[in-house]
Design a binder for this molecule. Structure first.
Ligand SMILES: [Zn+2]
Length: 406
């Protein structure tokens, strides 16, 4: 968060002196990193600390540390630009300097912020905007690192960073396996499967169709075309689905003190998934939206709540019987129920996604018995309208009510 503070002349000049020497250290640090082909903070610091300390005798020594850190970050992002062919200079140029501070170089209080300079500390008194108080009063903590930048007219821009400690993951009492698919996400709660439709593949294909209709025969640089494409809001829609689904699942796990079990999916599209899509680009897009981005959304949300996540081996999760490990045979041509298979030995019927759920749970180390061939194992409750649901429990209860009425 940026705080703008107007300071008096002597404060400003004391900070200006720091800026000048910080810039010199920063430039030396960058040059050292370049000539020694390293972006590592530790190596840069080890390489230049002694000489810089000699050169800048009255500069508080921690400015040398933070300048080395700054250099390491700049070198890192320069490397990345270079790899993408987007670096237009030979080396990272230091134009504007924002001075990095660590916990030795500044102290925060609501009255004044003090900053170390060459001779003594200077004090600045910002007025805090509303948004500051919103964070400050809502459990966010001010980080020990901060930054400042000198502007024209004796103005200091001071950046405080708010952080929130992530809760520690608890010891799980149960497991909630989550199986991701191109058009749905299934969960198993207290041995009850539930299939939530996401229609990710259908949505992606629908947008692809509409995008083609807009762009065919026209340049994508055309203003009208660009406006129309923007209005499609494909990403917004998918992000919304992901976010809400992740929240439902994580809340359920949090309240029952469970761990979430997910398949440890590869980063690239596995060819056997979404194999009916020929277009490689399109296949990758569906894979990302339905599998990897969905997985990441759940993991991220879980981290926020301190819900433990167990990643398990994804191979053959839907083709092995969770009772005895025999093969589950699906109709090669799909048939009427393409996602329902039969156990080779026990002859019981299984829905693909339910098999996967039980196998995921098993692989996470849960040895509780699998309930014997219920209707739900081959015909799980399927819910399409869950976007506004408050919890997975409420969805399940509602579904039970509907079934009873039927
Ligand atoms: Zn079986």
């Amino acid at each position: 968060m940026k705080l703008r503070v107007k300071v008096d002349y002597s404060t400003y000049s004391a900070l200006k002196e720091v800026e000048k020497e910080y810039r010199e250290v920063l430039e030396d640090a960058i040059n050292y990193g370049l000539s020694n082909k390293t972006t590592s903070f530790t190596r840069i610091k080890a390489g230049i600390y002694k000489t810089e300390r000699e050169k800048h005798k009255d500069l508080p020594s921690h400015y040398i540390y933070t300048a080395c850190e700054d250099a390491s970050e700049r070198l890192d992002s320069f490397e990345k630009l270079k790899k993408r062919g987007r670096a237009y200079t030979e080396k990272p140029s230091v134009r504007r300097v924002t001075i990095h501070l660590d916990d030795h170089l500044w102290k925060f209080s609501l009255d004044t912020i003090s900053i170390s300079t060459k001779r003594s500390r200077v004090f600045i008194s910002p007025t805090f905007p509303k948004i500051f108080w919103r964070y400050y009063n809502k459990g966010w903590r001010i980080a020990s690192e901060a930054r400042f930048r000198l502007m024209k007219g004796n103005v200091v821009e001071f950046y405080v960073i708010f952080k929130r400690d992530e809760p520690k993951p608890y010891e799980p009492k149960a497991f909630i396996p989550v199986d991701l698919n191109e058009n749905s996400v299934s969960v198993l709660i207290n041995s009850k499967p539930l299939l939530l439709e996401t229609n990710t593949k259908r949505i992606t294909l629908g947008y692809e169709y509409r995008r083609k209709a807009i762009t065919t025969g026209k340049s994508t640089k055309d203003r009208e075309v660009r406006r129309k494409l923007k209005r499609l809001r494909e990403r917004d829609k998918k992000v919304d689905i992901r976010r809400k689904l992740a929240k439902l699942i994580v809340k359920e796990a949090f309240e029952s003190r469970s761990a979430i079990v997910l398949e440890d999916l590869p980063g690239r599209t596995p060819e056997h998934m979404i194999k009916d899509i020929k277009d490689k680009q399109l296949r990758l897009r569906i894979y990302r939206a339905a599998f990897s981005s969905m997985k990441n959304a759940i993991i991220e949300k879980a981290r926020e709540f301190g819900v433990p996540v167990v990643l398990v081996n994804p191979s053959h999760t839907s083709t092995v019987c969770p009772f005895i490990g025999t093969k589950i045979v699906y109709q090669p041509d799909g048939g009427d129920a393409p996602r329902v298979g039969v156990c080779e030995k026990g002859k019981e019927k299984w829905h693909r996604d339910v098999v996967a759920l039980y196998n995921l749970k098993k692989r996470a180390g849960d040895v509780s018995p699998v309930p014997l061939g219920s209707k739900e194992s081959h015909d799980p409750p399927t819910v399409s309208r869950w976007l506004r649901a408050k919890s997975l429990h409420s969805i399940m209860n509602e579904h039970k009510m509907i079934e009873m009425k039927v």
